[in-house]
Design a binder for this molecule. Sequence first.
Ligand code: GLY
Ligand code: MN
Ligand code: MN
Length: 454
Amino acid sequence: MATILAGTPETRTPAGAPDDPRARRRERFLERMGRGVAVLCSAPELIKSRDTEVLYRQDSDFFYLTGFSEPGVAVLTPHDGRHRFTLFVRPRDPERETWNGPRAGVEGATERFGADAAYPLAELDARLKALLEPADAIWYALGSNEKMDRRLVSWIREWRLRRARSGKGPSDVMDPAGILDAMRVVKEPEEIGAIRRACELSAQAHVRAMRAARPGIGEWELANVIDSTFRAAGPDAGPAYPTIVGSGANATILHYVLNAERADDGALVLIDAGAEWGMYCGDITRTFPANGRFTAPQRRVYDAVLRAEEQAIAMVRPGVTIAAIHEATRLLLARELVEMGVLQGDPETIAEGEEIKRFYMHQTSHWLGLDVHDAGDYRARGGDWLPLAAGMVFTIEPGLYIPAAADDVPAEYRGIGVRIEDDVLVTEDGCEVLTRGVPVAPEEIEALVGADAG
Ligand code: GLY
Ligand code: MN
Ligand code: MN
């Protein structure tokens, strides 16, 4: 039987190879744990309807440390010299595999994924407790998996009652996110390579959608151009999140995923779509006129958002904070809204208060990686904003959304929604925009829209 090559090229790095990034990450994770035992659960298998399942997508933390794309439980024990990495997996089962595809099994878990020991998931109850008992702490994301939560809470209660005489059993539960988020927020070279591919593919799909656009095209048709471009790129590729195509006033709905209307002649179309490539995400938004010509008010709003994006990109370098970029973006957009006559008053007061949120209600940035809204703190426990560092990847996505029903706003701006979103990699002295395969300049967009329309 042919081997199915699922996952990223890094997943295909044989376990034990000197450049296996997952082994490297586990070592760093184990070092930072210092004490205790870590328990990580895979993503749950979800039902779409009745007995049809949602396409399985591995939990990002689990994947980051194991590269394993099937259901399972990973246990990391820093103080066990022989078995530092144990995997519980679905065992090989010819009948189940005939129905649902190949499994790595217990053998694959050790041979291909570098586990020091592997057991069938059915043995979890019998073996996990013994693995945990010698430790004084458990690293586990309490609340992430109901079954594991219940199992651990019941054991912790038991250990607590007996500890006075037994002298054993973990008492502390600590969140592995404290370690993992800090690791994941700075991307390794392999990860940057995968994100780069996801961004290039995302840009390519946006260009295709712009070229296919014409007045009267269904939002779903444009979504299909995007999604089919992603899927055609290979078995590791697909949409990172449900593609958003909002024409006209639908562009003012942030997560409009119905994609059920036709783009009117004269309407703007907002597409927010990103590819997942080998588990890593791209995230791009472009807004363009369905007929290839911005009207004057559309162009006015577009230029305001573009200026905000350009200012934000110019700010990115190590040491700057995501909060400072957001603050500067809000202020610039507030000034633009006052100039347009959409808001009245002092731009600084508008930007600092609630007023700006009527037209710009989301953040300017989020981390990007294995998750679209990737793991990583924006501020420390004390509340200080964390400075950017080389290797971080995040989005810059200013927007203005003027509701159709905003009857206190000049009529020409009502129902206009514009967002421009790009993905940037922080470098030693600035940033690299990873998504410039699709233009942002309005003239370039106008030249592209409809180029392939029949
Ligand atoms: N596509 C979701 C976002 O832009 O954050
Ligand atoms: Mn985004
Ligand atoms: Mn987006």
